[in-house]
Design a protein around this ligand. Sequence first.
Ligand SMILES: [Zn+2]
Length: 417
Amino acid sequence: MKILFKNANIIDSDRCELNKNVLVNDGVIEAIFGQTDSLPEADEVYDLRDKWLMPGMVDMHTHLNAETGINKSGVNGKLWRMLTPSPEKAIHFLRNAQLTLMAGFTTVRNCGHVTYYTPEDVAVREAIYHDVAVGPNVIACAGFITMTAGHGDLSYPQKLRRLPEYGMGERCFNGPWDCVEGVREKVRNGADFIKVMASGGMGSSGDEPDWPNFTVEELSAIVSEAHALKRKVAAHTHCREASIRCIEAGIDTIEHGCGLTDDLCEMMVEKGLYLIPTMRVVDVLVNSDDKEEAKKAALLVDDHHRAFRSAIKTGVKMAYGTDSINALKHGENGLEILNMREGGMSSKMVFDCLTSNAADALGKADVQGYIREGYNADLIVTAKQPVENIEYLSEAGHVELVMVRGKVVKNTMERPF
Ligand SMILES: [Zn+2]
Protein backbone atom coordinates (compact mmCIF):
# COMPACT_ATOMS: atom_id res chain seq x y z
CA MET A 1 0.00 0.00 0.00
CA LYS A 2 1.25 3.48 -0.94
CA ILE A 3 0.72 6.39 1.44
CA LEU A 4 1.70 9.98 0.69
CA PHE A 5 2.36 12.60 3.36
CA LYS A 6 2.33 15.94 1.57
CA ASN A 7 3.55 19.37 2.71
CA ALA A 8 5.22 17.90 5.79
CA ASN A 9 7.90 19.52 7.93
CA ILE A 10 10.23 16.57 8.44
CA ILE A 11 12.58 16.32 11.36
CA ASP A 12 14.98 13.76 12.80
CA SER A 13 18.33 13.86 14.63
CA ASP A 14 20.14 14.94 11.46
CA ARG A 15 17.65 16.94 9.41
CA CYS A 16 14.98 19.60 9.63
CA GLU A 17 13.33 20.44 6.31
CA LEU A 18 10.11 22.30 5.66
CA ASN A 19 7.36 21.47 3.21
CA LYS A 20 8.43 18.08 1.91
CA ASN A 21 6.53 15.14 0.47
CA VAL A 22 7.16 11.66 1.82
CA LEU A 23 6.00 8.56 -0.03
CA VAL A 24 5.67 5.33 1.93
CA ASN A 25 5.35 2.04 0.10
CA ASP A 26 5.00 -1.42 1.59
CA GLY A 27 6.21 -0.46 5.06
CA VAL A 28 9.25 1.52 3.89
CA ILE A 29 9.97 5.20 3.19
CA GLU A 30 10.31 5.04 -0.60
CA ALA A 31 10.92 8.66 -1.52
CA ILE A 32 11.35 12.12 0.03
CA PHE A 33 10.98 15.03 -2.37
CA GLY A 34 10.23 18.75 -2.54
CA GLN A 35 7.30 20.54 -4.12
CA THR A 36 6.37 19.27 -7.55
CA ASP A 37 3.55 19.76 -10.07
CA SER A 38 2.74 16.07 -10.23
CA LEU A 39 2.39 14.13 -7.00
CA PRO A 40 2.68 10.35 -7.28
CA GLU A 41 -0.40 8.13 -7.07
CA ALA A 42 -1.11 6.82 -3.58
CA ASP A 43 -3.82 4.80 -1.83
CA GLU A 44 -4.02 7.34 0.99
CA VAL A 45 -2.91 10.99 1.08
CA TYR A 46 -2.43 13.04 4.27
CA ASP A 47 -1.90 16.79 4.13
CA LEU A 48 0.60 17.62 6.89
CA ARG A 49 0.75 21.38 6.27
CA ASP A 50 2.09 23.07 9.46
CA LYS A 51 2.63 19.68 11.11
CA TRP A 52 5.86 17.89 11.98
CA LEU A 53 6.66 14.39 10.79
CA MET A 54 9.28 12.58 12.88
CA PRO A 55 10.46 9.01 13.49
CA GLY A 56 8.28 6.93 15.81
CA MET A 57 9.54 6.97 19.39
CA VAL A 58 11.14 3.99 21.13
CA ASP A 59 10.68 2.85 24.73
CA MET A 60 13.77 0.78 25.46
CA HIS A 61 12.60 -0.39 28.87
CA THR A 62 9.03 -1.37 29.48
CA HIS A 63 7.20 -4.24 31.17
CA LEU A 64 4.00 -4.81 29.26
CA ASN A 65 3.11 -7.89 31.22
CA ALA A 66 0.81 -6.16 33.70
CA GLU A 67 -2.86 -5.85 34.36
CA THR A 68 -4.50 -3.29 32.08
CA GLY A 69 -6.56 -1.00 34.28
CA ILE A 70 -4.39 -1.45 37.34
CA ASN A 71 -5.94 -3.31 40.27
CA LYS A 72 -9.30 -3.80 38.59
CA SER A 73 -9.01 -7.39 39.69
CA GLY A 74 -8.29 -6.26 43.25
CA VAL A 75 -4.96 -8.09 43.21
CA ASN A 76 -1.65 -6.25 43.48
CA GLY A 77 0.73 -6.26 40.53
CA LYS A 78 3.13 -8.90 41.83
CA LEU A 79 0.36 -11.33 42.65
CA TRP A 80 -1.46 -10.67 39.40
CA ARG A 81 1.64 -11.55 37.38
CA MET A 82 2.11 -14.76 39.35
CA LEU A 83 -1.46 -15.96 39.35
CA THR A 84 -2.79 -15.01 35.92
CA PRO A 85 -2.66 -17.74 33.27
CA SER A 86 -0.39 -17.00 30.34
CA PRO A 87 -3.09 -16.63 27.61
CA GLU A 88 -4.88 -14.03 29.75
CA LYS A 89 -1.62 -12.20 30.42
CA ALA A 90 -0.89 -12.12 26.70
CA ILE A 91 -4.16 -10.25 26.07
CA HIS A 92 -3.32 -7.65 28.73
CA PHE A 93 0.19 -7.41 27.25
CA LEU A 94 -1.27 -6.67 23.82
CA ARG A 95 -3.62 -4.00 25.17
CA ASN A 96 -0.74 -2.32 27.03
CA ALA A 97 1.34 -2.45 23.85
CA GLN A 98 -1.48 -0.76 21.92
CA LEU A 99 -1.81 2.01 24.53
CA THR A 100 1.94 2.57 24.21
CA LEU A 101 1.68 2.72 20.43
CA MET A 102 -1.09 5.34 20.60
CA ALA A 103 1.29 7.53 22.64
CA GLY A 104 3.65 7.54 19.64
CA PHE A 105 5.96 4.68 20.63
CA THR A 106 6.25 2.52 17.54
CA THR A 107 8.92 0.23 19.04
CA VAL A 108 9.04 -1.18 22.56
CA ARG A 109 11.73 -3.29 24.14
CA ASN A 110 10.09 -5.48 26.75
CA CYS A 111 12.51 -5.95 29.62
CA GLY A 112 11.15 -9.12 31.17
CA HIS A 113 8.59 -10.59 33.47
CA VAL A 114 7.69 -13.81 35.19
CA THR A 115 7.27 -16.29 32.35
CA TYR A 116 7.02 -19.84 33.69
CA TYR A 117 8.51 -20.74 30.29
CA THR A 118 5.64 -19.06 28.46
CA PRO A 119 7.00 -15.74 27.25
CA GLU A 120 4.06 -13.54 26.35
CA ASP A 121 6.32 -10.91 24.78
CA VAL A 122 7.32 -13.37 22.06
CA ALA A 123 3.71 -14.49 21.50
CA VAL A 124 2.42 -10.93 21.15
CA ARG A 125 5.39 -9.90 18.97
CA GLU A 126 4.50 -12.70 16.56
CA ALA A 127 0.78 -11.87 16.53
CA ILE A 128 1.53 -8.22 15.73
CA TYR A 129 4.16 -9.03 13.14
CA HIS A 130 1.75 -11.35 11.32
CA ASP A 131 -1.03 -8.73 11.38
CA VAL A 132 -3.24 -10.73 13.74
CA ALA A 133 -3.36 -7.63 15.92
CA VAL A 134 -2.36 -3.96 15.72
CA GLY A 135 0.63 -3.07 17.87
CA PRO A 136 4.13 -1.61 18.01
CA ASN A 137 7.27 -3.48 17.03
CA VAL A 138 8.01 -5.60 20.11
CA ILE A 139 11.62 -6.42 20.98
CA ALA A 140 11.31 -9.41 23.31
CA CYS A 141 13.63 -11.00 25.87
CA ALA A 142 11.43 -14.03 26.64
CA GLY A 143 11.86 -13.41 30.38
CA PHE A 144 14.86 -12.24 32.34
CA ILE A 145 17.93 -14.13 33.53
CA THR A 146 18.23 -13.96 37.30
CA MET A 147 20.34 -15.72 39.90
CA THR A 148 18.95 -17.45 42.98
CA ALA A 149 18.07 -14.69 45.47
CA GLY A 150 18.48 -12.18 42.63
CA HIS A 151 16.11 -9.32 41.78
CA GLY A 152 14.09 -11.52 39.42
CA ASP A 153 13.94 -14.42 41.85
CA LEU A 154 12.67 -12.24 44.68
CA SER A 155 9.99 -10.42 42.71
CA TYR A 156 7.33 -12.38 44.59
CA PRO A 157 5.62 -11.81 47.89
CA GLN A 158 8.01 -13.28 50.46
CA LYS A 159 5.66 -15.92 51.85
CA LEU A 160 4.71 -17.38 48.50
CA ARG A 161 8.23 -17.95 47.36
CA ARG A 162 8.80 -20.38 50.22
CA LEU A 163 6.30 -22.71 48.59
CA PRO A 164 8.14 -24.22 45.65
CA GLU A 165 5.63 -27.08 45.51
CA TYR A 166 3.15 -24.54 44.12
CA GLY A 167 5.43 -23.95 41.17
CA MET A 168 6.17 -20.38 42.24
CA GLY A 169 9.46 -18.84 41.38
CA GLU A 170 11.39 -18.18 38.21
CA ARG A 171 14.02 -20.58 36.86
CA CYS A 172 17.30 -19.23 38.27
CA PHE A 173 20.76 -19.53 36.75
CA ASN A 174 23.96 -19.89 38.77
CA GLY A 175 27.53 -20.29 37.56
CA PRO A 176 28.91 -19.40 34.12
CA TRP A 177 27.80 -22.59 32.35
CA ASP A 178 24.29 -22.36 33.73
CA CYS A 179 24.18 -18.74 32.58
CA VAL A 180 25.25 -19.86 29.11
CA GLU A 181 22.34 -22.30 29.18
CA GLY A 182 20.08 -19.44 30.23
CA VAL A 183 21.03 -17.43 27.16
CA ARG A 184 20.51 -20.43 24.90
CA GLU A 185 17.14 -21.17 26.49
CA LYS A 186 15.93 -17.59 26.00
CA VAL A 187 17.12 -17.54 22.39
CA ARG A 188 15.39 -20.85 21.71
CA ASN A 189 12.20 -19.38 23.21
CA GLY A 190 12.37 -16.44 20.82
CA ALA A 191 14.41 -13.73 22.58
CA ASP A 192 15.58 -10.79 20.48
CA PHE A 193 17.89 -9.67 23.31
CA ILE A 194 18.95 -10.90 26.74
CA LYS A 195 17.83 -9.16 29.94
CA VAL A 196 19.86 -9.91 33.03
CA MET A 197 19.17 -8.79 36.58
CA ALA A 198 22.61 -7.63 37.76
CA SER A 199 21.67 -6.15 41.15
CA GLY A 200 18.95 -6.12 43.74
CA GLY A 201 16.04 -3.78 43.13
CA MET A 202 13.05 -1.86 44.39
CA GLY A 203 10.29 -4.24 43.27
CA SER A 204 11.83 -7.34 44.81
CA SER A 205 11.37 -8.07 48.48
CA GLY A 206 13.93 -9.04 51.11
CA ASP A 207 16.98 -7.89 49.13
CA GLU A 208 18.78 -4.55 48.86
CA PRO A 209 19.42 -2.53 45.69
CA ASP A 210 23.14 -2.57 46.52
CA TRP A 211 23.41 -6.35 46.31
CA PRO A 212 25.35 -7.13 43.16
CA ASN A 213 23.74 -10.06 41.33
CA PHE A 214 26.04 -12.40 39.35
CA THR A 215 29.83 -12.44 39.36
CA VAL A 216 31.91 -10.95 36.57
CA GLU A 217 32.53 -14.51 35.34
CA GLU A 218 28.79 -15.16 35.10
CA LEU A 219 28.07 -11.83 33.39
CA SER A 220 30.96 -12.34 30.96
CA ALA A 221 29.63 -15.81 30.09
CA ILE A 222 26.19 -14.30 29.39
CA VAL A 223 27.64 -11.54 27.20
CA SER A 224 29.93 -13.78 25.18
CA GLU A 225 27.21 -16.38 24.51
CA ALA A 226 24.60 -13.72 23.70
CA HIS A 227 26.98 -11.95 21.31
CA ALA A 228 27.86 -15.26 19.65
CA LEU A 229 24.13 -15.73 19.03
CA LYS A 230 23.90 -12.11 17.80
CA ARG A 231 21.89 -10.84 20.74
CA LYS A 232 22.57 -7.71 22.80
CA VAL A 233 22.50 -7.80 26.60
CA ALA A 234 20.65 -5.37 28.87
CA ALA A 235 21.41 -5.36 32.59
CA HIS A 236 19.35 -3.95 35.45
CA THR A 237 21.76 -2.29 37.92
CA HIS A 238 21.10 -0.17 40.99
CA CYS A 239 24.53 -0.05 42.57
CA ARG A 240 28.13 0.84 41.87
CA GLU A 241 29.56 -2.66 42.26
CA ALA A 242 27.02 -4.12 39.82
CA SER A 243 27.82 -1.38 37.30
CA ILE A 244 31.56 -2.10 37.60
CA ARG A 245 30.92 -5.79 36.89
CA CYS A 246 28.61 -5.00 33.96
CA ILE A 247 31.08 -2.59 32.39
CA GLU A 248 33.89 -5.11 32.76
CA ALA A 249 31.72 -7.83 31.19
CA GLY A 250 30.80 -5.50 28.28
CA ILE A 251 27.02 -5.41 28.85
CA ASP A 252 25.50 -3.46 25.93
CA THR A 253 22.94 -1.39 27.83
CA ILE A 254 22.97 -0.59 31.53
CA GLU A 255 19.43 -0.02 32.80
CA HIS A 256 18.74 2.51 35.60
CA GLY A 257 22.45 2.96 36.45
CA CYS A 258 22.20 4.19 40.04
CA GLY A 259 25.72 4.41 41.48
CA LEU A 260 27.41 5.45 38.24
CA THR A 261 30.10 8.03 38.88
CA ASP A 262 32.32 10.03 36.51
CA ASP A 263 35.06 7.38 36.44
CA LEU A 264 32.59 4.60 35.58
CA CYS A 265 30.86 6.78 32.99
CA GLU A 266 34.21 7.40 31.34
CA MET A 267 34.73 3.63 31.14
CA MET A 268 31.29 3.32 29.52
CA VAL A 269 32.19 6.00 26.97
CA GLU A 270 35.44 4.19 26.17
CA LYS A 271 33.62 0.88 25.63
CA GLY A 272 30.70 2.52 23.76
CA LEU A 273 28.10 1.18 26.22
CA TYR A 274 24.62 2.66 26.52
CA LEU A 275 22.76 3.84 29.60
CA ILE A 276 18.96 3.64 29.73
CA PRO A 277 18.47 5.94 32.73
CA THR A 278 14.70 5.41 33.46
CA MET A 279 14.51 8.53 35.65
CA ARG A 280 10.81 8.54 36.38
CA VAL A 281 10.51 5.13 37.99
CA VAL A 282 12.66 5.96 41.02
CA ASP A 283 11.06 9.43 41.40
CA VAL A 284 7.56 7.86 41.36
CA LEU A 285 8.26 4.84 43.56
CA VAL A 286 9.37 7.11 46.40
CA ASN A 287 5.59 7.45 46.91
CA SER A 288 4.76 3.78 46.38
CA ASP A 289 2.04 2.16 48.51
CA ASP A 290 4.45 -0.73 49.02
CA LYS A 291 6.51 0.36 52.05
CA GLU A 292 9.61 -1.62 51.15
CA GLU A 293 9.58 -0.29 47.59
CA ALA A 294 9.15 3.31 48.78
CA LYS A 295 11.99 2.97 51.27
CA LYS A 296 14.39 1.59 48.67
CA ALA A 297 13.41 4.29 46.15
CA ALA A 298 14.06 7.00 48.74
CA LEU A 299 17.54 5.56 49.31
CA LEU A 300 18.29 5.51 45.56
CA VAL A 301 16.78 8.73 44.30
CA ASP A 302 19.66 11.18 44.91
CA ASP A 303 22.22 8.67 43.71
CA HIS A 304 20.17 8.08 40.57
CA HIS A 305 20.05 11.80 39.74
CA ARG A 306 23.79 12.13 40.41
CA ALA A 307 24.49 9.22 38.05
CA PHE A 308 22.34 10.84 35.34
CA ARG A 309 24.21 14.14 35.65
CA SER A 310 27.53 12.26 35.46
CA ALA A 311 26.39 10.46 32.32
CA ILE A 312 25.36 13.75 30.65
CA LYS A 313 28.63 15.45 31.66
CA THR A 314 30.90 12.64 30.45
CA GLY A 315 28.97 12.02 27.21
CA VAL A 316 27.70 8.50 27.89
CA LYS A 317 25.43 7.35 25.06
CA MET A 318 21.85 7.19 26.35
CA ALA A 319 18.46 6.07 25.08
CA TYR A 320 14.93 6.46 26.39
CA GLY A 321 13.26 3.97 28.71
CA THR A 322 10.34 4.29 31.11
CA ASP A 323 10.23 1.07 33.16
CA SER A 324 6.43 1.30 32.73
CA ILE A 325 4.53 -1.13 34.93
CA ASN A 326 1.78 -0.67 37.53
CA ALA A 327 2.20 2.89 38.94
CA LEU A 328 3.85 3.99 35.67
CA LYS A 329 0.93 3.42 33.35
CA HIS A 330 1.25 2.10 29.84
CA GLY A 331 0.25 4.88 27.47
CA GLU A 332 1.85 7.53 29.69
CA ASN A 333 5.32 6.62 28.42
CA GLY A 334 5.96 10.22 27.34
CA LEU A 335 6.12 11.43 30.94
CA GLU A 336 9.74 10.26 31.26
CA ILE A 337 10.58 13.17 28.92
CA LEU A 338 9.77 15.58 31.76
CA ASN A 339 11.97 13.69 34.23
CA MET A 340 14.89 13.66 31.81
CA ARG A 341 14.51 17.40 31.16
CA GLU A 342 14.28 18.14 34.89
CA GLY A 343 17.35 15.95 35.42
CA GLY A 344 19.36 18.28 33.18
CA MET A 345 19.15 16.85 29.66
CA SER A 346 18.61 19.20 26.70
CA SER A 347 15.51 18.94 24.52
CA LYS A 348 17.60 17.80 21.52
CA MET A 349 19.31 15.09 23.57
CA VAL A 350 15.98 13.72 24.77
CA PHE A 351 14.77 13.70 21.14
CA ASP A 352 17.87 11.72 20.14
CA CYS A 353 17.34 9.31 23.06
CA LEU A 354 13.81 8.67 21.78
CA THR A 355 14.78 8.11 18.16
CA SER A 356 18.30 7.80 16.69
CA ASN A 357 20.09 6.72 19.88
CA ALA A 358 17.46 4.08 20.60
CA ALA A 359 17.81 2.74 17.06
CA ASP A 360 21.59 2.60 17.54
CA ALA A 361 21.29 0.88 20.92
CA LEU A 362 19.06 -1.74 19.28
CA GLY A 363 21.62 -2.23 16.49
CA LYS A 364 19.05 -0.97 13.96
CA ALA A 365 20.34 2.47 13.02
CA ASP A 366 20.57 1.34 9.40
CA VAL A 367 16.77 0.94 9.15
CA GLN A 368 15.22 2.86 12.02
CA GLY A 369 15.34 6.14 13.94
CA TYR A 370 15.63 8.58 10.99
CA ILE A 371 13.44 9.81 8.14
CA ARG A 372 15.45 8.48 5.22
CA GLU A 373 14.67 6.70 2.00
CA GLY A 374 14.79 2.94 2.55
CA TYR A 375 14.11 3.25 6.28
CA ASN A 376 11.17 1.62 8.11
CA ALA A 377 7.99 3.67 7.87
CA ASP A 378 7.46 4.03 11.63
CA LEU A 379 6.46 7.69 11.82
CA ILE A 380 4.47 10.08 13.99
CA VAL A 381 2.97 13.54 13.50
CA THR A 382 2.75 16.37 15.99
CA ALA A 383 1.89 20.08 15.90
CA LYS A 384 5.01 21.57 17.53
CA GLN A 385 8.63 21.36 16.39
CA PRO A 386 9.71 18.43 18.57
CA VAL A 387 13.48 18.91 18.77
CA GLU A 388 13.03 22.30 20.46
CA ASN A 389 9.82 21.39 22.35
CA ILE A 390 10.27 17.77 23.33
CA GLU A 391 8.08 18.24 26.42
CA TYR A 392 5.12 18.60 24.08
CA LEU A 393 5.36 14.88 23.33
CA SER A 394 4.97 13.93 26.99
CA GLU A 395 1.20 13.86 26.38
CA ALA A 396 -0.15 11.04 24.25
CA GLY A 397 -2.85 13.37 22.90
CA HIS A 398 -0.20 15.54 21.25
CA VAL A 399 0.74 12.68 18.96
CA GLU A 400 -1.83 13.28 16.22
CA LEU A 401 -0.95 10.52 13.81
CA VAL A 402 0.88 7.23 14.23
CA MET A 403 2.15 5.06 11.40
CA VAL A 404 3.74 1.69 12.17
CA ARG A 405 5.20 -0.65 9.56
CA GLY A 406 3.72 1.60 6.85
CA LYS A 407 0.12 1.66 8.15
CA VAL A 408 -1.68 4.57 9.79
CA VAL A 409 -3.12 3.29 13.09
CA LYS A 410 -4.05 6.60 14.71
CA ASN A 411 -5.20 9.89 13.20
CA THR A 412 -6.78 12.65 15.27
CA MET A 413 -5.97 15.55 12.94
CA GLU A 414 -9.04 17.64 12.36
CA ARG A 415 -8.77 18.43 8.69
CA PRO A 416 -10.16 17.12 5.43
CA PHE A 417 -7.87 15.07 3.22
ZN1 LIG B 1 12.50 -2.68 34.59
